[in-house]
Design a protein around this ligand. Structure first.
Ligand code: ASP
Ligand code: MG
Length: 467
């Protein structure tokens, strides 16, 4: 049966002649319907965001230099992928160059980079990238047409920098614009990361948002599967830089993958799974540089039971811990609410919380770069009232274990803590959601890697290698 795929190619996949490699991959699926989504070439989005600051400071010379660099960078990639620059592609690229230059000059004259203008500038990397891939495909005789996210019909609210899709409108528009092309055998290429508001203003879906574009399109076009082509063999049981025996996880549930994305698993935007989760569309994570590897598939029901209750362990760095304590906190309703609202007002996001049943202290983990702000907000609002003491620790890290198999299995926590204790590592704080999908605990920063390796040894290394 013919399938309909949305295939997203990330920033490292398009780099260094990558468009040719991507065209090779796409050409293998010619009997299916394929919508391609591309990221900007790696590094380009960072550069675009940086140049808005340069423009705001009024540095005209730097803008001119930037335009020379960005022009050449894209043309160089085209040459690497097909040896020449076809006329139609050159016209598209020059038009994008001109539009980009205009908006940068606009920022320069006003000396003001609003979130709205930053989003517009940031969106250009994907626009260029879509033109190039469509150009390469056409050159090979694969009929293709490039779209920006907005042109394809991705419609969002106006939260610039982190916009959310308006799904009903997006579905209607993308169907109307892309399905007729699929019927005629075209491969539409859509620039990821960006969309437009209902009034046509360009927005972005947040950094790494091309994954999100792919899943939004997957749902809108009722794709059979969404494939995220990246530079890794799927999601791994641990960071292979820390754990050399880490391996690819063949199958994950949406819930497990969401947990992993939330704590920064490479190759997955944290919100990208929302749309497909509801519709049950499988997401595959595959490696452009190793296309024969099956990668990881994310579904609602894995076909095989994973032989361990824990599927992945992760080390979360750059965090700190706050502990608020005081005997008068005991039995006083509203204390936790006060702590959390104080932090919310200070713009501090709480990553992990734990309170003992004695109620005399509450510990929280936050990003390290907001730790001091969090501390002083709590000090100003609460110290000397119900709170007696506030402690701050900045030399900690979090170990997280994920796996739906932990649910209802007795003894998992005991195994974890024993494995870590056997290494002489002290556990400072523990949190487990009642979903039992994730157990997280805090250890000293210097113990982090050792703890991860101990966990991996206990839960994963024992699995037979042919799984
Ligand atoms: N180019 C965008 C970024 O760097 C989006 C993406 O690559 O997914 O964040
Ligand atoms: Mg990414």
């Amino acid at each position: 049966m013919d399938m309909r795929y949305v295939m997203k190619f990330g920033g490292t996949s398009v780099k260094n002649g990558g468009y040719a490699r991507i065209a090779d991959i796409i050409s293998q699926y010619r009997k299916h319907e394929v919508v391609a989504v591309v990221s900007a070439i790696k590094g380009v989005t960072d550069k675009l965001i940086e140049v808005t600051e340069v423009a705001e400071r009024g540095n005209k010379k730097a803008i001119d230099e930037f335009m020379v660099e960005i022009r050449e960078l894209h043309r160089e990639e085209v040459r690497k992928s097909m040896g020449k620059i076809p006329k139609e592609l050159e016209d598209q690229l020059s038009r994008a160059d001109r539009d980009l230059e205009h908006v940068l000059y606009g920022i320069l004259y006003l000396r003001e980079a609003t979130p709205r203008s930053v989003d517009y500038v940031a969106s250009f990397g994907e626009r260029y990238s879509a033109y190039i891939l469509a150009g390469v495909l056409n050159e090979r005789g694969i009929k293709s047409k490039a779209f920006t996210g907005g042109e394809a019909g991705i419609t969002t609210d106006d939260s610039f920098g982190e916009a959310s899709p308006l799904m009903a409108i997006t579905e209607a528009k993308t169907k109307e614009r892309l399905l007729p092309l699929l019927e005629k055998g075209y491969v539409p290429v859509v620039g990821g990361y960006a969309g437009v508001t209902q009034s046509g203003i360009v927005t972005t879906l947040g950094r790494g948002g091309s994954d999100y574009t792919a899943t939004i399109l997957g749902v809108s076009l009722s794709a059979d599967e969404v494939w995220i082509w990246s530079d890794v063999d799927g999601l791994m049981t641990a960071d292979p830089k820390i754990v050399p025996t880490a391996r690819t996880i063949p199958e994950l549930t949406y819930k497990e993958a969401l947990e992993m994305a939330a704590f920064g698993a490479k190759a997955l935007h944290p919100r990208a799974l929302e749309p497909v989760y509801e519709k049950g569309i499988p997401v595959r994570i595959r490696n452009t540089f190793n296309p024969s590897h099956p990668g990881t598939v994310i579904t609602s029901k894995p076909s095989k039971k994973f032989p361990s209750v824990v599927k992945a362990v992760a080390l979360i760095r750059d965090v700190g811990m706050l502990t608020v304590s005081g005997a008068s906190m005991v039995g006083r309703p509203g204390t936790a609410a006060k702590i959390f609202s104080t932090l919310a007002r200070a713009g501090v996001n709480i990553m992990m919380i734990s309170q003992s049943i004695s109620e005399s202290n509450v510990s929280m983990v936050v990003k390290r770069n907001v730790l001091e702000r969090a501390y002083s907000a709590l000090e100003v609002e609460m110290l000397g009232k119900i709170v007696k003491d506030i402690e701050m620790e900045d030399d900690i890290c979090v170990i997280a274990a994920v796996g739906e198999g932990m649910k209802g299995t007795p003894g998992v926590a005991a195994r974890m803590f024993r494995a870590v204790a056997n290494e002489g590592i002290n556990i400072i704080m523990i949190a487990q959601g009642s979903s039992e999908l994730n157990v997280s605990f805090v250890v000293k920063e210097e113990d982090g890697e050792k703890a991860i390796r101990a966990m991996h040894r206990e839960f994963i290394d024992k699995i037979s290698s042919d799984f």
